[in-house]
Design a protein around this ligand. Structure first.
Ligand code: PMV
Length: 361
């Protein structure tokens, strides 16, 4: 498929008004996307676990305008109240996708959105937020162009989500999603995320992710700044090749269930993301002292207990603690006894691998 396939060409039916709603989760990358080319094209392929508990619910009511509007007509409510600071993000998103969704200029939208996780948790809501919004828009498009098949629906929804926030294109389905061309992954594309179709060992099917909220403040460095920094980075090319290799390495690991090897790839990817930020121009340290404390405690616990608990990181100080269902009791105990003390206000979120977005009535 190419971008052009997402521009509607068939005639649409006339719908005066309606409403749609979706709940879409966040995701956590195992092989990280960090660095992009013009048009939200990833510099390297990535793969993520779709999450379950951390999610955004978005409802849209739409009403036909008397004539096409010069700009975009919408109201935006976050957790029940108008949120003017979010409007520019949505404007930019609508601008980016308007050639693929020409109906955007013909309707007024009331967009209401809320997150399952606290706003000030340091958890980026862009993946869940943009995927929920893209799915709602596609649901409207499906009403306007009846007969759209499910395959096209989900691909275009992921394609639109990607234009909102790259990693959002990996949140629509589950439990594992890849995005970006990789020579060993059939049908992989830079345009949208696809569910990982290779064999996956049952150990990965109900993996846990406990998110330790080390720093609940606003992200110190936005993704935009981070991706930009990769552009002129002296290690960029090496990093992109490494991501290709790591994704290739993960394939047999996901099949065999070899947790020792899984840990090596996943932790190395997390530290590489941070290393790129530390060695950029400008340079940033995104970890906090407590992030490192937690990492060291995880390593010590693994050493002494033989557990397969490991960590990964986003572009921030919070730590995602990953472990299989079979180790749930012992790792939960460890988290409560040893790690929670390093979280801001002792806060953490118990999440696990999920199946993707759901349509709401
Ligand atoms: O989707 P963006 O542009 O906010 O990029 C986020 C990238 C990371 O979360 C740091 C890694 C990833 O692959 O999700």
């Amino acid at each position: 498929m190419t971008e052009k396939d997402f521009i509607p060409s068939n005639p649409k039916v006339l719908i005066a008004t309606g409403k749609v709603a979706y709940k879409s989760p966040s995701n956590i990358a195992l092989v990280k996307y960090w660095g992009k080319r013009e048009g939200q094209i990833p510099a390297n392929p990535s793969i993520s676990f779709t999450l379950s508990a951390c999610a955004t619910t978005t409802k849209i009511q739409f009403k036909k305008l008397d004539g096409p509007s010069p700009g975009f007509a919408f109201d935006f409510l976050f957790e029940g109240s108008p949120k003017p600071s979010f409007r520019p993000k949505i404007e930019t998103f609508f601008k980016r996708i308007s050639s693929y969704c020409p109906f955007l200029k013909e309707y007024h939208f009331t967009i209401e959105t809320s997150n399952s996780f606290p706003h000030s948790s340091g958890i980026a809501s862009s993946a869940s937020g943009m995927s929920a919004l893209a799915l709602c828009l596609m649901e409207i498009e499906r009403m306007l162009y009846p007969g759209m098949d499910d395959d096209f629906f989900i691909k275009k929804a992921s394609f639109l989500a990607r234009l909102g926030s790259g990693s959002a294109c990996r949140s629509l389905e589950g439990p594992l999603v890849t995005w970006g061309v990789h020579e060993e992954i059939l049908d992989s594309t830079d345009l949208y995320g696809i569910p990982y179709k290779e064999e996956v060992h049952p150990i990965f099917k109900n993996y846990h992710d406990t998110i330790l909220l080390v720093d609940k403040g606003q992200k110190q460095v936005s993704s935009t700044v981070g991706h930009d920094l990769v552009k002129g980075h002296p290690f960029a090319e090496q990093r992109f090749q490494q991501a290709h290799r790591n994704l290739g390495r993960l394939k047999p690991i996901l099949k065999s269930g070899s947790l020792e090897e899984f840990i090596q790839v996943v932790e190395s990817e997390a530290l590489t993301l941070h290393a790129i930020m530390m060695t950029g121009d400008p340079y940033f340290v995104l970890m906090k002292p407590n992030t490192l404390e937690i990492i060291n405690r995880i390593w010590a616990f693994r050493e002494e207990s033989g557990s397969h608990v490991c960590f990964t990181l986003d572009a921030g100080a919070n730590v995602h603690v990953l472990y299989p269902e079979t180790e749930k009791e012992k790792v939960n105990q460890f988290i409560v006894n040893e790690l929670v003390a390093y979280c801001e206000n002792q806060q953490y979120i118990c999440d696990r691998i999920g199946q993707g977005a759901v349509k709401l009535n």
